[in-house]
Write a protein that binds this ligand. Sequence first.
Ligand code: TRP
Length: 325
Amino acid sequence: MDRVLSGMRPTGKLHIGHLYGAVANYVKLQEKYDSFFFIADLHALTTKYEHTEMIKQNRIEVMLDWLASGIDPEKSTLFIQSKVPEHTYLHLLLSMIVPIPWVERNTTVKDMIRDLKLKENASYGLLGYPILMTSDIIIYKANYVPVGKDQVHHLEIAREIVRRFNRFYGELFPEPKPLLTEYPSIPGVDGKKMSKSLDNDIKIADTEEATRKKIMRAITDPQKIRKNDPGHPEVCTVFKLHKIFSKEEIGQIEKDCRAGTLGCVACKKHLAENMNKTLKPIREKRKELAQKQKEIEEIFEEGSKKAKKVASETLKQTMEHMRID
Ligand code: TRP
């Protein structure tokens, strides 16, 4: 059976962009693949090294969001990166064979440095981001890695590193391929890409009231000023969200908006209602799970032990191939 692996940095509670863009995909993949999903807490340190006080709590938030959304520990191996230190050993070994230009021209890291305004605070660890990511993947000999488009350059580097390793020391690792699923792209309430740092997101864990408030301030068609003005759904953020949460009614909503018989306030209320209805079972499950934090952490402890078995075997093979064991 092919193996799938993916990870997420623990940056806080997940939003519906994560849910529809990644987590729902994990839930599907776990049915067909030998699946490994992990919380990349060491990767969080590449940019958040001054603010480590949030990492443990954020790890728990991600665990709750994953389990509430249907990731099943009976089907998937769920673990925490830092609990499998073999990743970091392999990272070091790989770092010895990676030419400096490969990491220096990494566009994903360059984008992070620019977007987070890191400038001269960008660390040596951040430069090694794709090497650590490579080690996360190949230590499980994963065949497929479900990720977003922004991660593709990292995966190209991973494949280059694998080829270089296999050429120097003999075939050991398969080349991991990205699994780019056609995700619906979820806009935030301001129309930009949904993102925690832009403060335009709707969290899985938000209350119904908070969800409603956020939707009520969402931007719509700027040309639809009065309730009865005809609208242009194709430019409207609320309509884009309706497409995901109001599938059955979408034809009617579009028609009424264009005809000027549906005002934005009513339209938003309707969206908030449908969104809350869709998210209700996940939110209820999350609340339940939050009462059982010890058990949840235990699931990830157990998963980390399982992962560690695989990882330490691969690390041993790696050292044999490199003739240092
Ligand atoms: N870089 C990924 C992200 O920010 C997280 C990640 C770390 C990852 N290691 C990985 C994803 C290995 C897939 C495979 O989303």
